[in-house]
Design a protein around this ligand. Structure first.
Ligand code: ADP
Ligand code: MG
Ligand code: MG
Length: 899
């Protein structure tokens, strides 16, 4: 393989080989846009370098020299010349851009002789020496690893001595002095003279760029952003003739987007600096001027920039992010790539592109990063302000959006503080969270945990509630006793402000301003296009009337999963629910009664049973009324669309207080609770007494729930509201289980039809989340009127992974060691879980060919899983309300990609 390609000779389609930057430079060269000559050393060379124990391939520098000669011919400049020196930049660039992660060196080729050549040639000693000091600083930092602050201190001192605040005002003497000092800094650091021969400089620079590929920053970035080897494998090195934005006031450098990257308007947006070099803008060393000012300052160049933007955008059919430099009035392009934009801008530009007849509707839908659309519904960090704040730590971005508020470490305190002052903004900070902590989720703006991964309890619950969440901050130590947390030497106490960015995982000290979410006016248009091409139905996982309303607003066509237990999470309701659980199990008392012979004891037992039953019935009735009201509101919000209501699923002990809370109870109460907790304790709760098993052993709970659905429906029917509930049974593994509950349902139904004199049409169906259910779906389909895959539990069962344990104990390691590429809890594992789903679908549809089969579970909002569902002929996917836009666009994209 050829190790090096000149920009004009490279195959610019091959980004894997050339890296994104190299490919862009080569494509622009082919388009005859003004790009200074250069060449790309391929990513293959980078890989060889590592195979070779970090040594460059033998012939590489010979090839490099040949290519330098080619540049000499094109530019008329000479390498290592005392009269007209050729200077180059050495730039990193992998297939996937990794902003700020790898290194670039500018002005390479300067030494004590060539700097004089540059002075003579340009007649501009200030410029020559400014370039030289920049070179030594960048080279020292990148190649030798000298700390930037050392150089900056010298720079600051020089400015102070000369009495100026601006880099560009330093005079020649100051600059010469700086160069001497800089060289000394490098010499002290390396214990050798600063390399003067350009060839040696170049070789060291190339090696340094290759090294930066495995630098800590870069490795971490790839890990966090899931950049695997098939996405980017090694960095390329681009060696390019320098053009100078620092040659005076007719020179400049800048970065622009061809359309506004925040709101998508069709105008160039960006910043530039006069008399500066590229890294000044990128590093933010000086504050840039708005690009619109260039129109007056350098009208000719502005016009060229505008035309280049148009040309590149038309060529790539995509918004571009461009770097440019103006050298004494001459305009150059230095980089182009597909712009990263806000979700808002993606939506607007997609609709505009179609209006402008730029791309087809299908292309306009396909280009949107579906995953990012969740942003539309959450506040985001104000990028302009964030620089002013100190970072506390970084964790895993578990639920998108940004939130600021005061840190609170205790669940009870969070609830109490918010009750006292409902306007208080709280960020709940915990090691991890459990179901009993959920009451604190409601008053909190965001959740931060030091442990857990993307499917930890905190992440799941926060996501379904649409609250920002950062988990797995391993550096964060939470101290409940002292009410504080510490990370990287910084302490945050209860009541002090922090900000979490659930989209990036960043955590800041203080209150970083956020920007309110706004849905673009283009959204309904995109939605209508998507609805036309997609086949999959999109429903929401919504447990409360508010969720239902929100889901409807974003375009959900029904509810695929309404978890009845979530209704009991609010603090006041939790109490009632616990009361029900605490009501003594009369079954046991009845057993005792059967064997009891003492007359007196029997009497006592009978009255106790009576009392407990009444108590229990009373609580259940109260719960029934609460549920009826909730169901009615949810059904109303989803008028005309199906609402799938799942009966109680989790094991009962999940609702009982933790041992920590027990400790704070009064002794008598504590004893009672302890006893019940012990009775309900299980070795393997996820595979224990839950779902349909609860329904069979505590039939009055399921019966109450079914009644509530009928009551709610009757209420709405009378008001002529088209309510379409369906009842779904969790954890079913056999037809016998399903039929057992069906008979309860049938009894309630005939009761209710008599009571209300209405013929009800309320479908009765089952979840497929137990392996046996998938395998016997042909039997289940005889009773079930619909199926819904619970892919979370199904994945647990198929892998024999308990999700919580997998997340915290070994999944990360599995990914690192490439045993698993992605977590199966995030994207459906097609070959295992997917295959089992195929079996479930085909066996079920053999009995009922038009059987409605959906999926609910985290996977319903995941674009890759949605693609799988499209192909597997699933009827609909159900996702959290905040994932609805993502799911709709992903469903459309799945249909388009299969066209
Ligand atoms: P990054 O990928 O971090 O942006 P770049 O390789 O693009 O790094 O370079 C950093 C800065 O240096 C950019 O502003 C770029 O425009 C500028 N730059 C790079 N090469 C040259 C060159 N040959 N002439 C002038 N400026 C350059
Ligand atoms: Mg760049
Ligand atoms: Mg389940």
């Amino acid at each position: 393989m050829k190790p090096i390609y000149a920009f004009e000779d490279a195959d610019s389609k091959n980004r894997m080989l050339l890296g994104g930057k190299g490919a862009g430079l080569s494509e622009m060269t082919r388009m005859k846009l003004p790009v200074s000559p250069g060449f790309t050393i391929t990513t293959e060379v980078c890989n060889k370098y590592y195979e070779n124990k970090e040594r460059l391939p033998k012939n590489l520098m010979v090839e490099v020299s040949k290519n330098i000669s080619k540049i000499e011919k094109k530019t008329g400049k000479k390498w290592n010349s005392n009269t007209n020196p050729l200077l180059v930049s050495v730039r990193s660039g992998a297939a996937k851009s990794m902003p700020g992660m790898m290194d670039t060196i500018l002005n390479l080729g300067l030494n004590d002789q060539t700097v004089i050549g540059l002075t003579k040639k340009t007649n501009n000693p200030r410029f020559a020496w400014d370039s030289y000091r920049r070179f030594i600083q960048l080279f020292g930092k990148v190649v030798f690893g000298v700390k930037d602050t050392k150089f900056n201190n010298v720079l600051k001192a020089a400015k102070k001595k000369q009495g100026t605040e601006d880099d560009s005002e330093l005079d020649v003497d100051s600059l010469k002095h700086i160069v001497t000092k800089y060289k000394k800094i490098c010499k002290n650091h390396t214990k050798r003279k600063f390399p003067t021969r350009p060839n040696e400089q170049l070789q060291l620079a190339i090696e340094a760029v290759f090294k930066s590929w495995m630098g800590e920053r870069a490795v971490l970035y790839r890990e966090k952003n899931k950049i695997s080897k098939d996405i980017a494998n090694g960095t390329a090195v681009n060696v390019q003739t320098m053009v100078f934005g620092n040659m005076g006031n007719d020179s400049a450098t800048g970065v622009v987007f061809t359309r506004n990257e925040t709101d998508g308007t069709n105008e160039i947006s960006g910043d530039y600096l006069t008399n500066a070099q590229g890294e000044d803008v990128v590093a933010g060393a000086r504050t840039g001027k708005d690009i619109s000012k260039l129109r007056n300052e350098m009208p000719k160049s502005y016009d060229e920039l505008r035309k280049a933007c148009k040309k590149l955008e038309t060529h790539f059919r995509e918004v571009q992010d461009i770097e440019f430099t103006i050298e004494q009035g001459k305009f150059y392009l230095l980089q182009t790539r597909t712009a990263k934009m806000t979700a808002f801008a993606w939506c607007k530009t997609s609709v505009d592109f179609v209006k402008e007849k730029f791309v087809s509707k299908d292309k306009a839908l396909a280009r949107i990063p579906a995953e990012q659309l969740e942003e539309l519904l959450h506040p985001i960090i104000d990028k302009k302000e964030v620089k002013k704040f100190k970072s506390l730590t970084k964790g895993i971005n578990a639920a998108p959006g940004a939130a600021n508020g005061i840190a609170v470490f205790d669940v009870k305190r969070a609830v109490a503080m918010s009750d006292a002052n409902p306007k208080l903004k709280i960020i709940l900070v915990r090691d991890e969270t459990k179901p009993e902590d959920v009451p604190a989720f409601f008053p909190s703006k965001g959740i931060l945990t030091s442990e857990g991964g993307k499917s930890s309890h905190a992440a799941l619950v926060a996501r379904s509630m649409g609250k920002p969440c950062v988990v797995g901050c391993s550096e964060l130590k939470v101290d409940y006793e002292r009410k504080k947390c510490v990370a990287n030497g910084t302490t945050v106490r209860e009541g002090e402000s922090i900000t979490i960015d659930g989209s990036s995982g960043n955590v800041f000290v203080g209150e970083v301003p956020t920007i309110k979410p706004k849905i673009p006016i283009e959204w309904p248009i995109l939605l209508s296009w998507a609805q036309k091409v997609k086949r999959l139905g999109i429903r929401a996982n919504a447990d409360t009337p508010d969720d239902a309303k929100r889901a409807r607003k974003y375009g959900a066509e029904g509810i695929g999963l309404c978890r009845t237990e979530r209704m009991f999470n609010a603090a006041d309701r939790q109490r009632t629910f616990v009361e029900m659980i605490m009501a003594e199990d009369v079954g046991k008392l009845k057993e005792k009664l059967e064997t009891e012979e003492n007359k007196f004891e029997r009497k006592q037992l009978e009255s106790k049973i009576n009392l407990e039953e009444r108590k229990r019935r009373k609580v259940l009735e109260k719960l029934g009324r609460l549920m009826k009201n909730d169901f009615a509101q949810i059904l109303k919000a989803m008028e005309g669309y199906k609402v799938t209501i799942r009966l109680l699923d989790p094991p009962l002990h999940e609702f009982l207080p933790s041992s920590e809370k027990l400790r704070h109870m009064k002794p008598k109460k504590r004893k009672e609770f302890r006893q019940r907790v012990n009775e309900l304790k299980e070795v393997n709760p996820m595979m224990g007494h839950r779902g349909v098993r609860l329904g069979i052993t505590y039939p009055d709970i399921y019966e109450t729930q079914i009644r509530a659905v009928f009551d709610a429906t009757a209420k709405l029917v009378r008001k002529k509201i088209n309510a379409k509930p369906q009842i779904m049974i969790p954890q079913v593994g056999s037809i016998e289980e399903l039929n057992h509950i069906k008979s309860i349902y049938d009894n309630v139904k005939s009761d209710m039809e008599k009571k209300y004199k209405i013929k009800f049409k309320i479908n009765f169906g089952t979840m497929l989340e137990v392996v046996r259910a998938c395998l016997t779906s042909n039997e289940l389909a005889k009773t079930a009127e619909f199926f819904s895959f619970g892919t979370n539990d199904l994945t647990q069962a198929v892998f024999s992974f308990s999700r919580e344990d997998a997340e915290s104990k070994f999944l990360e390691e599995y990914k690192k060691k490439e045993i698993l590429e992605t977590s199966p809890f995030q994207s459906i594992d097609e070959s295992g879980v997917g295959d089992l789903m195929d079996i479930g679908i085909s066996r079920g549809r053999k009995i009922k060919s038009d059987l409605e089969i959906g999926i609910c579970g985290e996977h319903g909002g995941d674009p890759d899983s949605i693609k799988f569902c499209h192909t597997a002929d699933i009827s609909y996917v159900s996702a959290s309300p905040y994932r609805i836009p993502v799911a709709i666009i992903a469903a459309a994209q799945a249909a388009i990609s299969k066209k």
